[in-house]
Design a protein around this ligand. Structure first.
Ligand code: VGL
Ligand code: ZN
Length: 202
């Protein structure tokens, strides 16, 4: 068991990101056994949940004529338009049924404002609106984070980059992550994470 300065952050292990889901990540469900085992190693455990209203601006369906996986410009910068996914209260937004959720100390929901997406568990995509997770972790004395989950190149990477910027020591366990890999996004995310001092481990 690691000490209470170390937290496990499990990003978005939800049905819509697993095979058969609305925004399925290849092998997304394969991360579950490793994550379940890791829960016993950490004193502090946080799960995040992508949690969008049906009228969310990140959904291509809410931009007439736009294709899923195309890019648009939002007031806060470029934004990928996704298939409708992780709508609040739907089966797709639920955690993978085999994921252990009972050991979690905190379940943090993000992306619940219609006008702004939130890949990171720390800040929405304007890089300014906080989710509150930084304060939660620091007030509990956490200094080191281990990140796992979905997807490596979006919500995991954005969370890792913000966490490093906020002063946490950050490790991403890549074997317990899976990527979307849209137009080279995985290679870019790995480069960005390494450059920010994030440790990438198998
Ligand atoms: C995610 C795209 C859209 C993720 C969430 O969890 O990586 N990706 N919403
Ligand atoms: Zn989303």
């Amino acid at each position: 068991m690691r000490d209470a300065t170390q937290a496990l952050i499990v990003i978005d292990v939800q049905n819509d990101f697993c095979p058969g889901g609305a925004l399925a990540v290849a092998g997304g469900d394969e991360v579950v056994p490793r994550i379940n085992a890791l829960m016993d190693e950490f004193a502090v455990k946080v799960l995040t949940q992508d949690w969008h209203p049906a009228d969310h601006a990140s959904f291509a369906a809410n931009h007439p004529g736009a294709e899923a996986f195309s890019l648009t410009e939002m007031p806060y910068g470029p934004q990928v338009l996704w298939p409708v996914h992780c709508v609040q209260g739907t089966a797709g937004a639920a955690f993978h049924p085999a994921l252990r959720t009972d050991p979690a100390d905190l379940i943090l929901r993000k992306g619940f404002r219609a006008a702004i997406d939130s890949y990171s568990a720390f800040f929405e995509n304007d890089h300014r609106t906080p989710t509150g997770l930084d304060g939660y972790l620091k007030s509990r004395g956490v200094r080191e984070l281990t990140l796992v989950g979905l997807a490596t190149d979006f919500c995991v990477a954005y969370s890792a980059l913000d966490a490093a910027r906020l002063g946490f020591g950050v490790t991403v366990l890549e074997a317990a992550c899976r990527a979307i890999d849209l137009d080279g996004s995985l290679a870019r995310a790995r480069d960005d994470m390494r450059a920010a001092g994030v440790r990438l481990e198998a």
